[in-house]
Design a protein around this ligand. Structure first.
Ligand code: ZN
Length: 151
């Protein structure tokens, strides 16, 4: 990756950190969960409204570092209209990307802008920041109670 492209990617992350998308409470959410990353102090709540098996609305609230906030923001953008099954496939691929285990980038769902988090794989501590919102989303879908911790 050229440094120019890296700068561009960082700019997209900073942009979502400064102006997060879908950052609000969802009053009529039918699924929700809270996540906490003690390593960094990131906190996130994820709210979902499902229409059958499809995500109709998704929003989040929380306070965290640039990576965790941008990841939550971009996750909510990526999820709208997807089925629960598609969401799980996307998370699997995203998780492989940020942990540096993505063997075939062409296989599976299109990560789109989520590819900006590829650089995170070089910073193991940041992997938990990048995946916090996704782990919390998974808990919301499974309706698990309590706070999800990355530890
Ligand atoms: Zn963090």
């Amino acid at each position: 990756m050229t440094s120019e492209l890296q700068d561009l990617y960082q700019e997209l992350i900073l942009d979502h950190y400064k102006r997060p998308h879908n950052q609000r409470h969802l009053d009529d959410a039918d699924h929700q969960a809270e996540g906490y990353n003690p390593l960094c102090g990131d906190r996130v709540s994820v709210y979902l409204k499902l229409d059958g098996n499809r995500i109709k609305e998704v929003a989040f609230q929380g306070a965290g570092c640039a990576i965790s906030t941008a990841s939550a923001s971009m996750m909510t953008d990526a999820l709208k209209g997807k089925t629960v099954e598609e969401v799980r496939e996307l998370f699997d691929k995203f998780h492989a990307l940020v942990t540096g285990r993505l063997e075939n980038p062409e296989a599976g769902p299109d990560l789109g802008k989520l590819e900006v988090f590829a650089g995170v794989s070089q910073y193991p501590v940041r992997v938990k920041c990048a995946t916090l919102a996704w782990h919390t989303l998974e808990a919301a879908l499974e309706q698990r109670g309590g706070v999800v911790s990355t530890e």
